[in-house]
Design a protein around this ligand. Structure first.
Ligand code: AMP
Ligand code: GLY
Length: 428
């Protein structure tokens, strides 16, 4: 099979790595890819926003399956265009991608299917929104409705903060994404992520993960796209996973099918594990980054076969095997991220660092220049390792990092701390 993978981050590198290992694969292309992905795929300069150009590429290169990494092409309707042209694609339609693209859409689905989630109000004008916030009181969560690059959410500890966040949304700070606002009850508990493949009717649970969003050790400082992740998430016990499938994932897939918007692709549920059980915070219609990297590291089975079964609607009879091991990924970023940073520094020592068979170094933002690896973005490398415990995976990842020669690089030193503390408690 010939496969076209769309995207350029660490998530896509881990997908490329998994797809490249498939006996079903003939040729893997990635648009646009990066310096690391180039080891596993032929990187092609395609304008992904130009759906006709993507379809033409698929026809010229006899592409059997398109796999979309990021949400933007899905929300822009790439799947619909390719399907109309008879090209097979892993990823939801534009209408089904509203699960990520519109918080109000998802909240209404939760209402219809009685899916546990935070109580909420939905507003199109600032005064009504403020009245609701005043009536509910702090802490309270203010969300721009649309896609705001992960920046549209304020967990307000005080009413003043909540009112300011409402003003920010309606003053256009998040562009069109903020023209509608969802205000939510603040859920208390531990956050975790749950991933499942869906073929429109059937669901196959993948695995769980937890990430670290903040830039500094101790989960301090500004939010980022994610500074590290591990899988499985210890808080996601078998009982919590079963409840997540029965109370959240299956009713979602059913509700989408009933609405005439069958969901095909990967469903990424952001959960709060509360005293009353798992509650949905949000959906994404793609793999998490860097959560995908730890999932791929734990997967034993052929992932291309799984994506194909999803696209073909035959998941019901499909199963996947996983390593019992844990996996952990540490993000190396350019110093300064998530603020301003310099691009173009040289990274050395990656071959030695990646020589442990339990370690994979996925590239998130690199290019190759004169035979050297150059950092081209904020989050640059995902040093990912497997181990019998989260602690062992962490030790292997940091041992690999110590061999990377990149003075301009930065990483947190405490990825996995919560899971490791729990392992220590259990051992004691
Ligand atoms: P979202 O973009 O919806 O994932 O929100 C970003 C982050 O805000 C989440 O990962 C949570 O940490 C937090 N958050 C969002 N909604 C809530 C809520 N209702 N209660 C508590 N925290 C929330
Ligand atoms: N790591 C969080 C995300 O991919 O949305």
């Amino acid at each position: 099979m010939n496969v076209l993978l769309i995207g350029s981050g660490g998530r896509e590198h881990s997908l490329a790595w998994a797809l490249a290992a498939s006996p079903l694969l003939t040729k893997l292309y990635c648009a646009p890819g990066n310096g690391g992905i180039a080891r596993d795929a032929e990187c092609v300069a395609l304008n992904v926003g130009d759906h006709q150009a993507v379809a033409a590429f698929c026809k010229d290169h006899a592409i059997d399956l398109v796999v979309v990494g990021p949400e933007a092409p899905l929300v822009a309707g790439l799947s619909d265009h390719l399907r109309n042209e008879g090209i097979k694609i892993f990823g939801p339609s534009q209408a089904a991608a509203q699960l990520e693209g519109s918080k109000a859409f998802t909240k209404e689905l939760c209402d219809r299917k009685s899916i546990p989630t935070a109580a909420y109000g939905h507003f199109t004008d600032a005064e009504a929104a403020k009245d609701y916030a005043r009536a509910q009181g702090a802490p309270i969560v203010i969300k721009a409705d649309g896609l705001a690059a992960g920046k549209g959410v304020t967990v307000a500890q005080t009413l003043d903060e909540a009112l300011a966040a409402i003003d920010d949304c309606f003053s256009g700070k998040f562009g069109a994404a903020g023209a509608e606002v969802v205000i939510e009850e603040c859920l208390i508990g531990e956050e975790a992520s749950f991933f499942a493949l869906c073929d429109g009717k059937s669901v196959l649970a993948l695995a769980t993960a937890q990430d670290h969003k903040q830039i500094y050790d101790g989960d301090k400082g500004p939010n980022t796209g994610g500074m590290g992740a591990y899988s499985p998430a210890p808080v996601m016990t078998e009982a919590v996973c079963t409840r997540t499938m029965e109370e959240i994932i299956k009713p979602t897939v059913e509700g989408m099918a009933e609405a005439g918007l069958p969901f095909q692709g990967v469903l990424y549920a952001g959960l709060m594990i509360t005293d009353q059980g798992p509650k949905l915070i949000e959906y994404n219609v793609r793999f998490g980054d860097p959560e995908c990297q730890v999932l791929m590291m734990r997967l034993k089975s052929d992932f291309l076969a799984a994506l194909l079964a999803t696209a073909d609607g035959v998941l019901e009879t499909f199963d996947l095997r996983w390593h019992d091991d844990a996996a952990l990924s540490v993000v190396m970023a350019t110093q300064g991220y998530p603020g301003a940073y310099e691009k173009g520094s040289v990274i050395r020592g990656l071959d030695a660092a990646g020589s442990d068979e339990n370690v994979e170094i996925f590239h998130a933002a690199t290019s190759v220049k004169d035979g050297e690896i150059i950092a081209t973005g904020g989050r640059v490398l995902n040093v990912t390792a497997r181990g019998r415990t989260v602690r062992e995976a962490r030790d292997r990842a940091y041992a690999a990092i110590s061999r990377i020669d990149w003075p301009e690089g930065y990483c947190r030193t405490d990825i996995g701390w919560r899971a490791i503390a729990r392992e220590d408690d259990q051992a004691a």
